[in-house]
Design a protein around this ligand. Structure first.
Ligand code: GLV
Ligand code: GLV
Length: 322
């Protein structure tokens, strides 16, 4: 029997792919920092039995309808808004993602970005590297406190819960907004449910962790920024398309809110001239939420395991619809 063929759309760590190497022939796009072009992805998908994709790949109906043998798509991310899940379902394709293994690392990054924004860490570092430290000033690079403030988490999944734990260590009051209430988390961590409006108006730090869906698209719009405190910081570690970036730009440049920390953007990579990347009160990162070496390797390993399982006719470990 010939082994199935699996195409991987980015150069990944070979040892993390061991579970797959044993059961499949592997083709891999040879570059780490450059996406597989669409044309190549189409050619590969047409002959593959499985795909290991990145969130920069559009796995849409056009691609899947010309991929007759594909049985599984494993996305190297917890989010899967780059995949047409309905089209996959109609073709009987199992879609997998990488929850859980990235929870703690992403919560670390979210809290780091919150702290960097409040205490102006990146701005201060850039300022000093430019040789500007010529004297002391009582309010020189003074930022906002974090401890004892109110954190509002929008999207209380496992990353939100892990973020709330970190916030509790800083004696923060934690509010959350989510489609469903989380009574066990409320009890365990002492966090409180709030309506979206109340969360916006009461929080000092608003952290977006919600998946991108038709309902959450552009939920942080002009109206939402209008409801925030003038001293509030908006932090986004989910998807850029949850935000109206023009409204955010207006909010941070007119003093409607104090600042923002952004790990994600509507269009990625952003253009070097993107106005939100030019502001001192906006800390920007190139979508590195889960990017620790340990976690990225664990995500690759999980994708490899999922594909191997499905190709063997077994239940995947982390399908998106268990
Ligand atoms: C990253 O954004 C992910 O969805 O894993
Ligand atoms: C700060 O370093 C202080 O000594 O107050």
């Amino acid at each position: 029997m010939t082994k199935p063929y699996v195409y991987i759309t980015r150069k990944l760590d070979e040892t993390s792919l061991t579970p797959l190497k044993e059961v499949a022939h592997i083709g891999m796009w040879p570059h780490e920092d450059e996406p597989c072009p669409r044309e190549e992805l189409e050619i590969q998908a047409a002959k593959a039995d499985g795909l290991l994709t990145m969130l920069s790949d559009q796995v849409d109906e056009a691609l899947l309808s010309n991929a007759p043998n594909v049985k599984v798509v494993a996305n190297l991310a917890v989010g899967y808004d780059n995949i047409d899940v309905q089209a996959a379902k109609e073709q009987g394709i199992i879609v997998c993602h990488t929850p859980d293994v990235l929870t703690e690392s992403t919560a670390d990054l979210a809290f780091a970005l919150l702290m960097a924004s409040a205490r102006r860490i990146v701005e201060a570092s850039d300022w000093m590297k430019k040789g500007k430290w010529t004297g002391w000033g009582p309010f020189l690079l003074a930022g906002a406190d974090i401890h004892h403030k109110t954190l509002g988490i929008v999207g209380m999944g496992s990353i939100g819960t892990a973020l709330a734990k970190r916030a509790k260590g800083f004696d923060m009051k934690v509010l959350y907004h989510n489609r469903s209430r989380k009574p066990e988390v409320e009890k365990q961590l002492g966090v409180s449910y709030a309506s979206f409006e109340d969360l916006l108006s009461e929080s000092d730090f608003i952290v977006c962790l919600t998946p991108l869906t038709p309902e959450t698209k552009l939920m942080f719009n002009e109206k939402a920024f209008d409801q925030m405190k003038r001293s509030a910081y908006f932090i986004n570690v989910s998807r850029g398309q949850t935000v109206d970036e023009d409204a955010l730009y207006e909010a941070v440049t007119t003093g409607k809110i104090a600042g923002a920390g952004l790990d994600v953007f509507s269009q990625e990579p952003v253009s070097p001239t993107h106005p939100l990347t030019k502001l001192n009160n906006v800390t920007v990162l190139p979508h590195i939420g889960s990017a620790s070496v340990e976690t990225r390797k664990a995500m690759m390993h999980l994708c490899a395991e999922n594909i191997a399982l499905v190709l063997h006719g077994k239940q995947a470990k982390t399908p998106i619809h268990p």
